[in-house]
Design a protein around this ligand. Sequence first.
Ligand code: PMP
Length: 340
Amino acid sequence: MHAIPDFCGTIGNTPLIRLNRLSELTGCEILGKAEFLNPGGSVKDRAALGIVEDAEKKGLLKPGGTIVEGTAGNTGIGLTLVGNAKGYKTIIVIPNSQAPEKMELLRNMGADVRPVPPAPYSNPDNYNHIAQRTAEEIENAFWANQFDNTANTDFHFSTTGPEIWKQTGGDVTAFVTAIGTGGTLAGVSRYLKSQNSSVNTVCVDPFGAAMWSWFKHGHLDFDDGDSIAEGIGQGRVTDNVALAEIDTAYRVHDRHMMAIIRHLTREEGLFLGPSSGINVGGAVKVALAGGPGQTIATILCDSAQKYMSRIFDPTWLTENDLPPEDLSVEGMIDEMRSDL
Ligand code: PMP
């Protein structure tokens, strides 16, 4: 028998894929961890399983209980599927600015979806605070708290990090990814540093987030610009971000992210969402900054399917100040080189 015992056993152990054209153009090995192949379709299946298993161990989540979470979507999908497989109900509080595909998916998977107007973290009506209050009001409910629950980082430390180390035969020289909760970056950066302290660990930020500012300048003051990328773009130092061991940081423009997404779809067969475009853009910046010969790993977070009504709609793109089509990856690399 080689059968996997249950749904949860299918999370993780994703392939590491060489991005051929970008590797050739930069003289580096640029490698993408195919997290979109997780059963719920994103890197967040890992955080969901890690947080649920940790809560079970600590007795915070009891049989028949309810998992409550504030999420931009992917963590909600992971929690709902893990919850279904383990016999828990899920309540998902989601900002109503998120792509409608994600809310539809969550409803069809059986979550109780509660869209709320977007509000800053400092506002008591921010989706995370609503999720916390909701969990407190319901009997036998557990607030997953993905941003500050470090079971998120722990799971990436014990799975994603070791997988990348093994899949590169210990040859990885750099790791780069963007931050939503910071769990992926913290867990993987800590693991890779524990194996080889000279691995270059890098945060890549979309514009409109403050993590580049934090890691480059030690304050959160530079949060200028904007991005259409969902699931990333953090403005505060979460407990997971605080655990990250980071050497440097870059920012990637949405125009470059879009050029990468189109290129990966058409020339590599990889149909990926905006945060993957930001991550691969970060990997290209690391390649250009450090020069040929590096082995750079990044995260391919989720598929483009959830964002199709936006990123492939010329009207939506124009409304969001993005030209429908204007840049090859070669042109993008030239622009990035002059940005460094
Ligand atoms: N990409 C997408 C599409 C996501 O949903 C998330 C998580 N919100 C991330 C990237 C970032 O992952 P993490 O929370 O581990 O920082």
